[in-house]
Design a protein around this ligand. Sequence first.
Ligand code: IPE
Ligand code: IPE
Ligand code: MG
Length: 244
Amino acid sequence: MLNSDKPNNLPRHIAVIMDGNGRWATSKGLSRSKGHRAGAENAQKLVEYSKKLGIKYLTLFTFSSENWKRPKSEVDDLIRLLRYYLRKETSEFHKSGAKLNIIGDLSKLPKDVVDMINNAMDLTKDNNDIIVTVALSYGGRQDITNAVKNIAEDLRVNKINEIDEDLVGSYMMTGDTPDPDLLIRTGAETRISNFLLWQLAYSEIYFCDVLWPDFNSLNLDKAIEFYAAKQRRFGGLPNLQENK
Ligand code: IPE
Ligand code: IPE
Ligand code: MG
């Protein structure tokens, strides 16, 4: 646990690219599927811990629009895992006061899973202790393309007549969720992999070598300490008084 319960500069919104499940499993002689299971269990723990710390928004990249390229057997395993968690954990998740948002192109998912997702979102829609957004079949370019299409249509029917950054942001799948303050990517790769391209414009980025199933509360503390030490300037100058 971080030194004080409410450290200064706690990020309001943390986004996580939870990478490394496959390598974690392979290194232990297990199937990739076991790695995804361990990764999902870890995600649950980290949601709990984030809530305890007072993180208001947590966004988890669980399956990218590009991950559909993986072998059908792996994709099927992941869908089975999702179904299992929705069935088993939705009510506990609700009781814990967490709100679930799912973003991404769900049209490729089986109907029963989409129904469970909609039920879970509906059940938890008034919860406010932590807002957990799960990016599933999600791609940043797809999100932007989708926003452009919807804006074009709303312009055509005169629902809107001006476009500015706030308007574009509101058409992204993340809606009125504030942009991530901190992005964490586990699993040693140093790329964004088409995650929240619009929303990450000014996020602090923490890359770490730990494979996702091993990323624990101490690792999260470290990432938060990394964030707390940053001076966010958003293109301005530090100590504006002195620079007058
Ligand atoms: C992240 O772990 C989970 C998904 C992308 C579904 P990976 O499956 O990418 O794990 P590695 O990168 O192969 O170790
Ligand atoms: C990013 O991981 C997507 C998720 C963690 C869900 P990938 O393993 O798909 O990313 P690449 O292929 O290494 O860029
Ligand atoms: Mg990977």
